[in-house]
Design a protein around this ligand. Structure first.
Ligand code: NAD
Ligand code: DAU
Length: 350
């Protein structure tokens, strides 16, 4: 029986990873550590919460003493670290929070792993989940490979880049067996509706303006979240210590093309006339430091570990829209309370 710590398991990607591991590995004890910030929601995990190999611990990775105690008590064999502040716009309005959670939180976990594993690293793994945003922004050509130089532009990506450097430093300096993956934009169920796809589905449904930053020409490479969780499984089990793996969907869209696709699909689903939802598009002030284009070259993970995306985007976006339209309770629940204040500050005064 192995005990695996998953941090940030109540968030968007983390909840898909927890679900996959709890169901696929009954011999693992899965401990989900999450602070339950605005982005963490235990309703994301109702289907696994009573399984005998699952345990939830509420706690903050910024609290180093608590983290040391937890590691001493649970004697984790492996760590999959997803907990983070993850929204670029929030990092622009409150950068310091991102340094605490993303940098100091990661170092606290590395310190605790180093202490309990006490130089006996056999069979142990510390897996850090990172983002393609650490590589900066591309022009019209090229893709990010594992060798691309780091060039973060937002406080979010700078904090993730910093945490990646600490992870590599703990391998080089102390021998902690680490592995990192850098993934492109995820989409799918249980994503907090501050991010483009769930926000726009929510607004289209409610006939609210669709705030497109700048001219909508920025490009993102979209991957179905379940495929990211599958990649995390493969890397956790087969990824080589010291390596970095890029994960992506080979699926680039300009924001405006993606938004128009969502509008068309939702016109059909909501029984609206073609073109009706597009009228909600509203061009607003651009995001500060807005990266133009991300594109991941995911050939290494395919070549070395045999992973590739399972779902085509047309099918994935269809499933995703259906999920948000069917799960209105989930959406209403997360968009009540503090979310309203965030929305006011971010958009209404823009
Ligand atoms: P999310 O914001 O949906 O979830 C983050 C989770 O971390 C939440 O459950 C939150 O409660 C928890 N958390 C935050 N601060 C914490 C703290 N101090 N202590 C303990 N828990 C804390 O994020 P996500 O989109 O699921 O992203 C998960 C990870 O994947 C992040 O590390 C992010 O950088 C990375 N990533 C995300 C994407 C994407 O498209 N969403 C792509 C690539 C990489
Ligand atoms: O690339 C991976 C990253 O993808 C992750 O590391 C981040 O955690 C995740 O949030 C995501 O970052 P982005 O900034 O790319 O995602 P977001 O959904 O915020 O925005 C996608 C694009 O849409 C981006 O170009 C900004 C634009 N946008 C976003 C919002 C919220 C708008 O035009 N209007 C909006 O209201």
């Amino acid at each position: 029986m192995k005990t695996i710590l998953i941090t940030g398991g109540a968030g968007f990607i983390g909840s898909h990873v927890v679900r996959l591991f709890v169901n696929k590995y009954p011999d693992y004890q899965i401990v989900n550590l999450d602070k339950l910030t605005y982005a963490g929601n235990l309703n994301n995990l109702i289907d696994v919460e009573n399984k005998p190999n699952y345990e939830f611990v509420k706690g903050d990775i910024v609290d180093g003493e608590f983290i040391q105690k937890l590691f001493t008590e649970k004697k984790f064999d492996g760590v999959i670290h997803l907990a983070a502040e993850s929204h670029v716009d929030r990092s622009i309005s409150n950068p310091t929070e991102f340094v605490f959670t993303n940098v100091i939180g990661t170092v606290n976990l590395l310190n605790a792993a180093k202490t309990i594993w006490k130089d006996n690293f056999e069979g142990k793994k510390f897996y850090h989940i990172s983002t393609d945003e650490v590589y900066g922004s591309l022009g019209d050509e090229g893709m990010f490979t594992e060798e691309t130089k780091y060039d973060p532009h937002s406080p979010y990506s700078a904090s993730k880049a910093s945490s990646d450097h600490f992870v590599r430093a703990y391998l080089d300096t102390f021998g902690v067996p680490t592995v990192i993956s850098n993934c492109s934009n995820n989409y799918g169920s249980f994503q907090f509706p501050e991010k483009l796809i769930p926000l726009f589905i929510h607004n289209i449904k409610n006939n609210k303006p669709l705030p497109v930053y700048g001219k909508g020409e920025n490009v993102r490479d979209w991957l179905w979240v379940v495929d990211h969780a599958r990649a995390i499984d493969v890397i956790f089990h087969q990824g080589k210590v010291g390596e970095t793996y890029n994960i992506g969907g080979f699926n680039e869209w300009t924001n405006i093309a993606l938004i128009k696709l969502m509008c068309r699909k939702m016109d059909e689903k909501l029984g609206r006339q073609t073109g009706e939802s597009e009228k909600l598009i509203s061009y607003v002030k651009d995001r500060a430091g807005h990266d133009l284009r991300y594109a991941i070259d995911a050939t290494k993970i395919k070549r070395e570990l045999g992973w590739e995306p399972s779902l085509q985007f047309e099918e994935g976006i269809e499933k995703t829209i259906d999920w948000y339209l069917e799960n209105t309770d989930w959406l209403e629940n997360v968009t009540s309370g503090d979310y309203q204040k965030y929305y006011e500050q971010q958009y209404v005064k823009r």
